[in-house]
Design a protein around this ligand. Sequence first.
Ligand SMILES: [Zn+2]
Length: 148
Amino acid sequence: MRSLTYKQKIWLLALLNGGTLLIATLYVIAYRYATAHGYGWFDCIVRDTIGIYCPSCGGSRSVNALLSLDLLGAWRYYPPIPITVLLLCEVDVRLCFDLLTRGERGMSTYRPWRWLIVLIAILVTFLVRLLAVTVWGVDPLGDLHLPA
Ligand SMILES: [Zn+2]
């Protein structure tokens, strides 16, 4: 199998980013429908059975807040989502730069290891919430109904 040309790689990345936005939008439509009609499709099994927040708790609300342009809400519900969006925007800026200048400078300085930031953010969010609930007795998302 022959490898992709630089231009094909750019279009592939643009399609991946556009696909991510489309999936996020469809996800939020389903989330809003379920929330409005009282369906528990997006309830967390880990939270409901073990009583702690899982590593992705608050993600749906964060995406929902973000698509409503509530940036602080998105950060409060789940910091890895706004961080991911910032990294995607950075890739998009690089792609636009390359397409407009017909050059390869933008993406040549792209470093995929930056996505480790998202993994670290997921881990830190999980650990801080775990400490908040188990040690400090604080419920950061208000879903656990901790005793006062
Ligand atoms: Zn969860």
